[in-house]
Ligand binder design. Structure first.
Ligand code: ADP
Ligand code: MG
Length: 298
């Protein structure tokens, strides 16, 4: 393609809300035959809501959510935002919930968070987080986790002083554009793969809903990037679509990194293409634009 054609192509992209950072990204997009999708915030809305709480210890919901929110208010994770929002409902002044001070806040990437609130150690996260800290998970908590996973929800565990105190179920529905995008890609002979830090049960349930049959769950940021490299080594031209800090290494590793416009700044910076409308069908817009630009030659 001529430099003019590339300029026209990126211009058309921009007018449709598909920001293409340079000619190389536009050129590579039409060669992509394999796309890796992040789950949370990419295939799903990324606006999770708490739909259920189960208490395992004798504590009021108000007390419980005060400890949980004081911890999670320090986290940028979409799950943390959902939990803090829900916790406000148990607060007298919902406009100004004024959570107690948390000390020694620690974010354990891909597992959860930990802090000391009112002299008690609070942990909020997945099973891994609990087992790493020697917290026993009773049978009724396991049951609730399994039930959440079956419904494509994420179960989150809360411990107070290393005792499992409550379980939350969080629901994050699919984006309306997700199913259609995956189905069109399939008809274009482009394979879709989902990678996520979430657990296998929830990941498989979401994948089934969206129509993806290849899944990698419980993946750390480094493993997402390794998955991309593995596909490249097998001869694929790989695009990665993601929204989070934890997707940045994979976005950089991919032949074409595609960030969701509503995502984090770090993902947007790491990507070659940004979907300003956060609509997954614009992955196809980008590929089409690349095809048109690079087949119009001579
Ligand atoms: P994804 O790849 O789907 O965006 P992450 O790698 O960010 O997911 O997180 C993986 C899992 O770690 C979550 O499903 C959750 O169980 C746990 N987790 C991470 N951060 C938090 C948090 N702030 N609060 C509670 N749980 C968390
Ligand atoms: Mg994400």
């Amino acid at each position: 393609a001529t430099p003019t054609a590339v300029m026209v192509g990126t211009g058309v992209g921009a007018s449709q809300g598909v920001l293409i950072k340079g000619g190389q990204a536009l050129e590579k997009a039409h060669m992509v035959n394999c796309i890796v999708f992040d789950k949370t915030g990419t295939l799903t809305m990324g606006k999770p809501v708490v739909v259920k709480t189960k208490m395992l210890k004798n504590m009021t919901l108000g007390e419980f959510y005060e400890l949980v929110a004081a911890t999670e208010v320090n986290s940028e994770h979409p799950l943390a935002k959902a939990i803090v929002n829900h916790a406000k409902e148990f607060r007298d002044d919902q406009e100004n919930p004024a959570w107690p001070q948390a000390r020694d806040f620690l974010s354990i990437t891909g597992n959860g968070v930990k802090a000391t609130v009112k002299g008690r150690e609070i942990m909020v996260g997945n099973k891994d987080l609990m087992s790493q800290h020697g917290v026993n998970i009773p049978e009724d908590a396991e049951e609730m986790l399994a039930e959440a996973e079956e419904r494509a929800q994420t179960g989150i565990l809360v411990s107070v002083n290393r005792e499992l105190t409550g379980v939350l179920a969080v629901s994050d529905p699919l984006k309306p554009s997700a199913r259609a995008a995956i189905s069109v890609l399939k008809s274009m002979n482009i394979a879709s793969i989902m990678v996520t830090g979430d657990n296998w049960g929830t990941a498989n349930a979401i994948a089934r809903e969206v129509g993806i049959d290849s899944v990698m769950a419980e993946a750390k940021p480094k493993q997402k990037a390794e998955k991309v490299k593995e596909l490249q080594a097998a001869g694929h031209v790989v695009a990665m679509v993601g929204d989070g800090i934890n997707d940045a290494p994979a976005l950089v590793a991919a032949d074409v990194g595609i960030a969701i416009g509503a995502g984090t700044d770090i993902a947007i910076e790491a990507a070659d293409i940004v979907l300003m409308k956060s609509n997954l069908e614009d992955v196809i817009t980008a590929i089409d634009l690349s095809r048109k630009t690079f087949s119009r030659i001579r």
